[in-house]
Design a protein around this ligand. Structure first.
Ligand SMILES: [Fe+2]
Ligand SMILES: [Fe+2]
Length: 289
């Protein structure tokens, strides 16, 4: 099958921005609006990034060889961006640890999930990455589209999340295009069946694990039981309602002809202030290897 009709925009720039956050300012333990549940869910998410994004890099890089030049180039931009995200979220997680959270249970759960794909064919890891990258991209879209998600967050920490969201949107098609390339000889129905199964599987794990992780961190703040559940569920599903607001974009993944770039949402990147002010450094950064 020809690879010439990919909808990834021809003028797309995947720009690794080698920024560092929170090295000088001390964010409070409850950095997100002083709220236990808001801080907990973002901290739980951040806990997954260092190991999770290293796994994405490995999974996609395995298919770089033989890929068309444009895709190979995008893979390079993708791996560099993700490597820097891992570094910054590792630093973020260390600050959470210094402010008293014990993240070890959450980290063990991430390792447990990643261990399942080890020993399976490389295309299984690529499929999981492709599904999770769609998940990340729709979370990023929502985070930038609706500023209420970061209302009251400590300024530099909010910037870290916006910076990450910007780059997730820029590289949202890379794992998907790698998947299309890797499965170019598969019949359509098989491609769809595998991608749908994998998406349902990773979504279930994502929702269950992040909820459990957030509840564990809330427990460390002394909030438990019905009160913890109602605070968290209302935050995720009602207001600001991140999970409710991404539901439509999540469903579109299953439609025929889906591609992450069917929606060009690059106008949202301006929610990250260096881009809005034209101050976005396009400097060359060291490659992730
Ligand atoms: Fe990332
Ligand atoms: Fe990503």
């Amino acid at each position: 099958m020809a690879m010439t009709t990919l909808p990834t925009p021809a003028d797309l720039n995947i720009t690794p921005r080698d920024r560092r956050f929170g090295r000088e300012t001390a964010a409070p333990r409850l950095w997100h609006d002083g709220r236990v549940e808001a801080t907990a869910i973002y901290n739980a998410l951040s806990t997954t990034f260092p190991a999770g994004e290293a796994f994405f890099v490995e999974s996609v890089r395995a298919f770089r060889e033989g890929a068309p030049a444009k895709l190979a180039d995008e893979i390079k931009g993708f791996t560099t961006q993700e490597a820097i995200h891992s570094r910054e979220h590792d630093a973020f997680n260390k600050r959470a640890t210094r402010s008293g959270y014990d993240l070890s249970k959450l980290e063990e759960q991430v390792e447990k999930r990643l261990a399942i794909t080890r020993g399976k064919p490389a295309v299984v890891s690529l499929a999981a990455t492709m599904a999770l990258e769609h998940f990340t991209a729709i979370l990023a879209h929502q985070l930038l589209a609706d500023p209420s998600h970061l209302d009251g967050a400590e300024a530099e920490t909010a910037d870290l999340w916006r910076w990450h969201a910007v780059e997730e949107i820029e590289h949202k098609g890379v794992a998907y295009d790698s998947w299309l390339f890797a499965t170019r000889d598969w019949p359509r129905w098989k491609r769809w069946k595998v991608k749908a199964k994998v998406m349902l599987y990773v979504t279930r794990n994502f929702v269950v694990d992040r909820t459990a992780g957030a509840l564990e961190l809330m427990r460390q703040d002394g909030v438990t039981g019905v009160r913890a559940w109602s605070l968290l569920l209302s935050y995720l599903w009602v207001r600001p309602g991140m999970f409710r607001k991404i539901a439509g974009a999540w469903f579109r993944f299953f439609l025929p002809g889906f591609h992450p770039w069917n929606e060009d949402d690059r106008h949202l990147l301006a929610a990250y202030s260096p881009i809005a002010s034209g101050d976005d450094p396009k400097r060359k950064v060291r490659s992730a290897g």
